[in-house]
Design a binder for this molecule. Sequence first.
Ligand code: NAP
Ligand code: MG
Length: 404
Amino acid sequence: MMKIAMNIPLVEMDGDEMTRILWQWIKDILILPHVDLKTEYYDLGLKHRDDTDDRVTFESAEATKRLGVAVKCATITPNAARMPEYNLKQMWKSPNGTIRAILDGTVFREPILVEGIQPNVTVWKKPIVLARHAYGDVYRNTEFKVPGPGRAELVFTDTEGKTTRQVIHEFKGSGVIQGMHNTDESIASFARSCFLYALDRKMDLWFATKDTISKIYDHAFKDIFQEIYEAEFKTRFAAFGLEYFYTLIDDAVARVMRHEGGFLWACKNYDGDVMSDMVASAFGSLAMMTSVLVSPEGFYEYEAAHGTVQRHYYQHLAGRETSTNAIATIFAWSGALRKRGEIDRLPKLTAFADKLERASLLTIEEGVMTKDLAQMSTLATRKSVNSKQFLEEIGTRLDRLLSE
Ligand code: NAP
Ligand code: MG
């Protein structure tokens, strides 16, 4: 049989531990038999990052700007314990942080819904996609422990040396203060990424802050979103019958709990941190959550939302059987292949991505799944299989779908 052709390569970012093992199996069992796969390969495994003084991470992000679409395996963010384990020269920064800084993007996280795994919130029928602003606010704050009585002030000095000052608080005793910031440029690029993604996925966009209390800071977010919407997106949204609306964060949370889903929820940095873990766990599992970084210029980087599944990897190294769920990593590949197919106008590649996802979900719906899902599934008959068997079972169904 003829393999499906590609023109422009994907940027392939390999990673670490159990997900690195799954990565190779996914390619061997599910992709290479059917697709004449073209990738530009970057090894972001910790050993090679260390060998290249982390240059490989920068190069892979630059390649994404050149080629437009990347697929990334989970990677270790080194901590103290990893220093002796990998004999590292330095405690290298998080690759995701580095890539995000270069692409200046927004991260969208989406749960994968499947029959038999019920969201804890029973009214949720469709995915709720979360967009988290990845710059500033409390994540770039300056804090001070006030030792005793005194005046705290907010001082700004412009480039000419002119200052403005405001009293924060006249302390009568000890306490704490915090300064934080954001930039119009970063907020605007966050807003554009959200509007573009909502259009791409044909979803309504919700955005919420606390502008009634934070009349300047949060209000700036609200205004920038509104201005960009009016100027650049309103007619395009209308053309697809899509809606953008702004509400207060507490109202948004209450509405999310009563809504059936199927929308994009844009959150400020801290709200996004908290809400994405709430949404992910209420939908079922981190192993069923994909993540895509979208830059304002329209570059895409797809990955699973979970980490390298370290505990399973040590089990694997010890020669014991693992039952690691590859779904989110498969969907990272299918997302990237589909995007390549859309951009390069390769309908066969797009159709392959759809069938790969269909085969993956069909496998679970027919009762064959990894242990993590078997524990949650409400299906009457279910069989739990090991990591590789799961991929082979998906492969059998993929062959069937492709030959129809
Ligand atoms: P993790 O890899 O997400 O795994 C945490 C636990 O969640 C696992 O031990 C497992 O539970 C369960 N789990 C996660 N994914 C699963 C899957 N696909 N199938 C089945 N179970 C799954 O987080 P971690 O172990 O805390 O972190 C390991 C490494 O990943 C760290 O070095 C961290 O830096 C890195 N990390 C990378 C990324 C990224 O590259 N985007 C994100 C997060 C973390 P059980 O053990 O109970 O089976
Ligand atoms: Mg968090």
